[in-house]
Design a protein around this ligand. Structure first.
Ligand code: APR
Length: 321
């Protein structure tokens, strides 16, 4: 079987980690594209020179020429400017929309059959814009947000309960902003509800709720927490790992259920917008959206998050995108 070709658009912090993870896992040959001359070439050379040590054997090519995307099976986009301290994801809208538009035009021209994972922020708007400009079928254009947000939620739960994070299942839906919706009711440790474990730990239902509320809040603000600490740039290891999990589900046709930013056509009462929901990821991209019933509180939180996404998309349209 021919090796897959994976194009990374954006050779910055996330792009570099993506390239290294793809190489180490031998997921395919990599083309690392950036507009900055020398940057993708230098990172590619640096990564590939570890191939003897790490024991991988794939090609990694750095480029400033979109022609090198030709025939890519998968494209992962991180092009754009990252958030700076004090800057909201929405502030990035204008500058990153301009970048995303040109990226979409070029991916359409050179990699028309690719499945596309968008990471650039503000995520919900960027994935919407990519699909609109490229005209790709919506199941082939997917946003990465929920896998990371859910992993952050699971991490905090595992610390709180003192259990391995491997046994924690927790899902975050909605937009990739402060309105995201961690689903508390179904958060569990090997099937045991997290709320029950918290109540047993604290022997006090009110205290358990308070502890969960703090974890929910931290999850929603987790991107900003990293930004404040780093001071220059935003999270990059965990977004890269999250996109790689999605890439593996697609490349290996795993049919994994992952929360991704997917185009909804009536599911969860949403029509015509990209929103974070549980999806089945396989060789075709988003192969299905998994619906489940939400209680009133969850539905209200999701509606609120969807409204934020709609506002973002409306802003982008008003700005001419
Ligand atoms: N085409 C391709 N690459 C571009 C373009 C463009 N038109 N414009 C900018 N870039 C490149 C930059 O040169 C830079 O190398 O995108 C790269 C972005 O890398 P970083 O600034 O290091 O940002 P990173 O941390 O990788 O985050 C990328 O993902 O999580 C989001 O908010 C984050 O939107 C940001 C994106």
């Amino acid at each position: 079987m021919a090796r897959k070709k994976i194009a990374l658009i954006g050779g910055g912090q996330i792009g570099g980690v993506l390239a290294q993870l793809i190489a180490i896992r031998q997921l395919g040959d990599v083309v690392l594209f950036d507009i900055v001359e020398g940057l993708p070439q230098g990172k590619s050379l640096d990564i590939v020179e570890a191939s003897r040590v790490d024991g991988f054997d794939v090609s990694i090519k750095g480029t400033n020429d979109y022609k090198d995307l030709d025939g890519s099976d998968l494209v992962i986009i991180t092009a754009g400017l990252p958030r700076k301290p004090g800057m909201s994801r929405d502030d990035l809208l204008t500058v990153n929309a301009k970048i995303m538009k040109s990226v979409a035009e070029n991916v359409k021209q050179y990699a028309e059959n690719a499945i596309v994972i968008v990471i650039s922020n503000p995520l919900d708007a960027m994935v919407t814009l990519f699909q609109k400009v490229s005209g790709f079928p919506s199941h082939r254009v997917i946003g990465q947000a929920g896998v990371l947000d859910s992993s952050r939620f699971a991490t905090f739960i595992s610390w709180e309960l003192g259990v391995s994070v491997k046994d924690v299942n927790a899902m975050v839906l909605g937009g990739h902003g402060d309105t995201m919706v961690p689903i508390v009711r179904y958060a569990n440790v090997n099937g045991i509800p997290v709320m029950e474990l918290l109540e047993r730990k604290y022997k006090d239902a009110a205290k358990a709720k308070e502890v969960m509320a703090a974890m929910v809040k931290r999850t929603k603000m987790a991107g900003g927490e990293v930004v404040e600490l780093l001071k220059t740039g935003s999270a990059f290891y965990s977004p890269a790992s999250s996109a790689i999990a999605m890439a593996e589900a697609i490349l290996y046709d795993e049919k994994r259920i992952m929360p991704t930013c997917a185009f909804l056509q009536g599911e969860f009462g949403v029509n015509g917008y990209y929103v974070g929901v549980p999806t089945i990821l396989g060789a075709k991209g988003v192969e299905n959206v998994i619906e489940f019933s939400l209680d009133d509180e969850e539905q209200a939180a999701l509606d609120n998050s969807v409204n934020a996404v709609k506002g973002l998309v409306a802003d982008m349209e008003r700005l001419g995108f």
